[in-house]
Design a protein around this ligand. Structure first.
Ligand SMILES: Cc1ncc(COP(=O)(O)O)c(C=O)c1O
Length: 455
């Protein structure tokens, strides 16, 4: 099938051929559980799993059932449907900081809406960001691929650079600080930084926005904010929320969200579209009833341990490591050639690795064991070519995606991987952690400064 009418033959840049190896398939035609099939019928164990949008697995039965039965009753009406209210209540029960919310369809929309709401609420214009927040104008101007975007007063800060953030807050007096609460860091580090950030934002009336597009529905307590008990003013959700069906949400303190009742405009035809709403309700039901997080943690940890032990066994652990929490991990290699050679070995044996590993509830013991065995073999093969990995590669090395991530520094000594999830003592410490929930930033009426004639 020709894809030539699509620029770069894709809709999503992380799916371009150049970000994979020549051995990766170009198209998938079917998915079930943790597996996907290419156009030739070859089966793969899928690890990037729809860039994190699939949490339970492809075509998860109860989600499919919810979509089918809603499709038979209509997908979108001229008035809202009661399920929209039901989902909002459920989200508030699960993520209490989301007192009021608006449903959208993509993560980019949710982030854009959050920034607009924060600007209107504070009457200020500058924004500080950390991480990736989608393709929309306000954020895209900060990326290298920004041709055609209008420059705005948006400044990036490195995750964990509290001094840098403080300087920017003093200098810019921003409306908001939006960050991905956790990118490949451990829970303790994440918690300490977020607590500091929370205090700083409250003291300066900066709207703190957690972009939980990736961490939402994938974290130990559904969101990063509930896991580390640090509550933002606004939250953006998307990706795994409806297990691969388009669905996103912006929400937070009622007082802040109330700007939508006045002049702040966030509205979309498909906001309350019911296939997404039904899929989100079905996904949340599974999260509440099944041990999804325990499973993600166990399976993700098995992969991380296998990768790190293999790297260590060839004394490559200084440059080669599987980092991140088990639910989302990332393979670090010294060069793109090393990564490509490793991926190539695996994908030729039916193990599809890509940008990151997003384990799902459907990655069962058998598929994880098959993966870990292949990981060990791949590391053995790569080790033989360690000084000339390009000779192992059958095509060009994979290119980076746009999503630029500052990876955490390597710890001085490789920490020993626990074989089981954290112990009861540690778990209790997290469960009893002091929740930080300060007052709202102060509302300042009037147009954000610089909102007109911006360059
Ligand atoms: C943290 C984060 N925020 C926002 C987005 C944008 O979401 P979407 O691609 O659904 O517009 C992404 C997508 O990768 C993301 O990872």
């Amino acid at each position: 099938m020709s894809m030539n009418r699509l620029p770069e033959q894709v809709n999503t840049l992380s799916k371009r051929a150049c970000v994979h190896t020549i051995s990766h398939p170009r198209l998938f035609v079917k998915g079930k559980g943790c597996k996907a099939w290419d156009a030739d019928g070859k089966e793969y164990i899928d690890w990037p799993c729809s860039l994190g949008a699939n949490l339970l697995g492809h075509a998860y039965p109860s989600v499919v059932e919810a979509i089918k039965s809603q499709a038979e009753e209509g997908t979108l009406f001229s008035l809202e449907h009661p399920k929209v209210g039901e989902l909002a209540e459920l989200i508030h029960d699960t993520i209490p900081s989301m007192e009021a919310m608006r449903f959208l369809k993509t993560g980019s929309e949710a982030c854009s809406a959050a920034v607009r709401i924060a600007r209107d609420y504070t009457g200020r214009w500058p924004v500080i960001v950390c991480g990736y927040h989608g393709w929309h104008e306000w954020y895209n101007c900060t990326t290298p691929k920004n041709a055609g975007s209008v420059t705005q007063d948006v400044t990036s800060v490195k995750w964990g650079d509290f001094a840098g953030l403080k300087r920017l807050v003093d200098e810019k007096k921003p409306a908001a600080y939006m960050l991905e609460p956790y990118i490949y860091r451990d829970e303790d580090t994440c918690k300490k930084y977020l607590q500091q950030v929370r205090k700083l934002c409250s003291a300066n009336d900066v709207v703190l926005i957690f972009d939980e597009n990736v961490t939402g529905f994938r974290s130990r307590k559904i969101t990063a904010q509930e896991t580390v008990k640090v509550r933002p003013d606004l939250t953006c959700l998307g990706k795994a929320m409806a297990n691969g069906v388009p669905m996103a949400c912006v929400g937070g303190k009622k007082e802040i969200m109330d700007v939508l009742k006045a002049d702040c405009f966030v509205s979309s035809t498909y906001g309350g579209e019911l296939l997404g709403i039904s899929a989100a309700l079905a996904t949340l039901k599974v999260l509440k009833e099944e041990p999804v997080y325990h499973h993600l943690e166990m399976m993700g940890q098995k992969l991380r341990v296998a990768f790190n032990n293999s790297a260590t066994s060839f004394s490559r652990h200084d440059t080669t490591e599987c980092i991140g929490q088990p639910q989302r991990t990332f393979f670090k290699f010294p060069t793109a050639e090393h990564k490509g050679a490793f991926w190539q070995y695996c994908v030729e044996r039916g193990i599809f690795f890509g940008f990151a590993q997003f384990v799902t509830f459907s990655h069962d013991q058998t598929s994880v064991e098959r993966t870990t065995a292949t990981v060990r073999e791949a590391m053995y093969a790569l080790n033989k070519y360690w000084d000339r990995p390009q000779e192992m590669l059958k095509g060009p090395a994979p290119q980076e995606t746009l999503r630029t991530i500052v990876l955490p520094e390597k710890k001085p000594k490789a920490a020993k991987e626990p074989e089981q999830p954290r112990g009861a003592e540690q778990k209790a410490a997290f469960d009893n952690a002091q929740e930080i929930r300060p007052d709202s930033p102060k509302r300042k009426r009037g147009r954000p400064k610089g909102s007109k004639n911006k360059k």
